[in-house]
Design a protein around this ligand. Structure first.
Ligand SMILES: Nc1ncnc2c1ncn2[C@@H]1O[C@H](COP(=O)(O)OP(=O)(O)OP(=O)(O)O)[C@@H](O)[C@H]1O
Length: 322
């Protein structure tokens, strides 16, 4: 079953809303997300990857209406997300952030925080809430006897486990995890990712994972969307993306971040310059062309869009040379 379907999503932030820019007629905008399509099925893990600032977080926040999108159509379980009741949507789609300051109230014990989520969304009768809190904590590897502690008593990795328990407490069908393990020790990262993958499988959850870490993307994903400057430039099955990347940007990204793989034989592709600011990106041609080692004159004016690579509808590439 398709949980989330995103078509033509755009999120533009007006550059300046001040009087001066009005007088000067400055209507430029940061095109954080500029026409993005993706979908997630129940039980599927989709990862959005790309350099910092390419629009990963804004894509998920605006798809799930944590920010108002500028344009685009988003369906959740087949229904236009704009018509969803906010509370119902929050329980269907739960977010886990890198920084749990946003999620875990420092003045509440972690048990109370989880219990509150269960009560607000009326998940079980009141007399079953305590037992549910214990069960959820156990599920993520936290001793239920620690539930009376406040978040400050826990390590970063434990806080992430608690955040996962709290997200699962409302029985969502979709989890969105935005760089949830960055900043943690590699061994702790692996434990949390393994737990997340087990829980995802057990509950048949859809997962959208946001990261710039390609090793994590490879481990966790079924499907990958590679983003550059507010757009998805390549989309497909994790093995297609890692073993047969087609877009020159994906190829450069992978070559710069080699993942131990004895069968891979790739030369490092060094890109010129940095990703530009997504302000007033030229609407014509390929946005990656100025940095692309394969760019030709045609790329500057070509009509762009994701197209199947070698007629494979499951592997899409936005490059006129493929
Ligand atoms: N509220 C905002 N107002 C103006 N510009 C914004 C706002 N939020 C994000 N942006 C800009 O939109 C672009 C995309 O940001 P976004 O956070 O979605 O990227 P990201 O790929 O998730 O990056 P990171 O990995 O650093 O979180 C960036 O240029 C960012 O500066």
């Amino acid at each position: 079953m398709t949980l989330l379907e995103v078509q033509g999503l755009k999120k533009h932030f007006p550059l300046e809303e001040g009087l001066l820019s009005g007088l000067l007629g400055d209507d430029r905008a940061v095109k954080a997300v500029d026409g993005v399509d993706f979908s997630v099925d129940a039980g599927e893990a989709l990862t959005l990857v790309g350099e910092s600032g390419c629009g990963k977080t804004t894509s998920v926040l605006s798809a799930l209406r944590h920010q108002d999108p500028t344009d685009g159509l988003v369906r959740f379980k087949g229904k236009d997300i704009a018509t969803y009741n906010k509370k119902a949507l929050r329980s269907e789609a739960q977010l886990i952030y890198q920084d749990q300051q946003d999620t875990l109230n420092p003045t509440m014990s972690v048990g109370e925080a989880i219990a509150e989520a269960i009560r607000v969304h009326d998940i079980v009768p009141d007399d079953e809430v305590d037992a549910r809190v214990d069960e959820l904590l156990e599920r993520v590897g936290i001793a239920p006897s620690d539930k009376h502690q406040r978040p400050s008593a826990f390590s970063g990795g434990q806080k992430q486990r608690i955040a996962i328990a709290r997200a699962l407490a409302v029985e969502p069908s979709l989890l969105v995890a935005d760089e949830p393990v960055s900043g943690l020790d590699v061994s702790v990262q692996a434990q949390i990712l393994n737990r997340l993958m087990d829980l995802q499988e057990e509950f048949g959850l859809g997962l959208i994972y946001v990261t710039h870490n390609l090793g994590i993307a490879r481990k966790i994903s079924d499907t990958i969307g590679v983003m550059y400057l507010g757009q998805i430039v390549e989309y497909g099955d994790v093995d297609d993306i890692f073993e047969d990347p087609q877009h020159p940007y994906t190829q450069a990204l992978l070559s710069a971040n080699p993942i131990p793989d004895p069968t891979a034989d790739r030369e490092r592709i060094v890109l010129q310059g940095d990703m530009p600011d997504p302000i007033d990106v030229d609407e014509h041609g390929c946005a990656f062309a100025p940095r692309c080692p394969e760019a030709t004159e045609e790329c500057e004016t070509a009509e762009m869009g994701l197209e199947p690579f070698e007629d494979d509808e499951g592997h899409l590439v936005d490059c006129i040379h493929r």
